[in-house]
Write a protein that binds this ligand. Structure first.
Ligand code: AHG
Ligand code: MN
Ligand code: MN
Length: 322
């Protein structure tokens, strides 16, 4: 079986970028170990603190963030990091060529129930002529990412990664500590009969989104003429991984629960990396109005509606939203 580094070499990934990926992978192996140990490692439960997103931090959010932050800032190729758990950008080596944005622990509500959780990351090149360590460095379109990936801490620990030449899945061999290729060049089915959405928000969606989901629920008796099944993990990594594996559509639409915050998922740490992975596997990833990877970020912690997965189903959904 090929390991991660032989695949990165055959995808012609530059040595210094490989070193950044290696650092992320090293941090995630430590997180995976702590997740497996769970209560025995004392990592479950909440802290007293709130993050910049206005959410109470879980212990594992803080620990995972610190591991990634410490290891990445010690890597001379890393110019700066941005994290869902950090108020602002943290500067690294001024001579570094890469920027790393990450959601250190996705699916925090699953930590204490022994459910699926993960880490999501995104790598950009430093922009010339923009101050070192500034937020402006990170205001790049998702299309500029040079690498995106997630680790899924499930029954197995998986790494799903792309550098723009296909999306590959590796499984952590915990006997050796290596990620081994278990699904190369993933292709997401174009059509699907499975959707993932938090149905409890239905009354807060706009009418068009409600009528799309209504038609899925009507199944063979409605406009879509086929029966759909619904799955919801409450962890984007788990839901997106199901889409990667067997097709499907994942949605976190905008809603009117909170006028100040119409969307939930974060563009830099969640939507962009997942969009790059999905597109490199032949799927489609859009907000309600445009391709996610074409969005020009205006704020570091910007949020965006997300509709991604099987290409034909995403197009069907967008048809309802016009
Ligand atoms: P995080 O744990 O990083 O804050 O992200 C949670 C996100 C995402 O993973 C998931 O799809 C969604 O929030 C779940 O939200 P609900 O509370 O609506 O289930
Ligand atoms: Mn998240
Ligand atoms: Mn998170």
């Amino acid at each position: 079986m090929k390991n991660l580094f032989s695949v990165l070499r055959s995808d012609d990934v530059a040595d210094d970028l490989v070193r950044v990926i290696e650092t992320i992978v090293d941090a995630s192996k430590e997180i995976a170990f702590l997740v497996r140990q769970g209560a025995l490692a004392g990592v479950l439960g909440s802290t007293q603190d709130e993050n910049i997103q206005g959410e109470t931090q879980k212990q594992l959010d803080v620990i995972s963030n610190q591991l990634l932050k410490d290891l990445l800032l010690a890597n001379s190729a890393v110019a700066a990091i941005a994290s869902e758990e950090e108020d602002t950008v943290v500067a690294g080596n001024a001579a570094g060529k890469y920027l790393v944005a990450f959601d250190p622990l996705d699916g925090s509500s699953n930590i204490d129930i022994n459910g699926q959780i993960g880490t999501i990351f995104s790598i950009y090149r430093v922009l010339d002529g923009i101050a070192h360590g500034s937020e402006e460095q990170f205001k790049q379109k998702g299309a500029q990412q040079v690498c995106a990936g997630y680790e899924l801490y499930g029954p197995s620990t998986l790494l799903v990664i792309t550098t723009g030449k296909g999306t590959h899945c590796f499984t952590l061999d915990s006997t050796q500590g290596n990620f081994l290729l278990t699904a190369g060049h993933i292709r997401i089915a174009q059509d699907t009969q499975e959707f993932a959405i938090n149905m409890s928000n239905a009354r807060f969606w706009n009418d068009n989104m409600r009528s799309y989901i209504d038609d899925l629920i009507l199944g063979e008796t409605g406009a879509r003429g086929k029966r759909y099944n619904m799955r919801w993990n409450a962890a984007m990594v788990g839901d997106v991984h199901r889409v990667m594996t067997r097709g499907g559509i994942f949605l976190y639409p905008s809603d009117n629960r909170n006028a100040k915050q119409p969307a939930k998922l974060r563009l830099l740490y969640e939507a962009n990396p997942m969009a790059m992975l999905i597109e490199n596997a032949g799927g489609k990833a859009c907000s309600e109005t445009q391709r996610i990877l074409d969005i020009q970020p205006t704020q570091l912690h910007e949020r965006v509606a997300v509709i991604l997965g099987s290409a034909n189903e995403v197009s069907e959904c967008l048809g309802y939203l016009q």
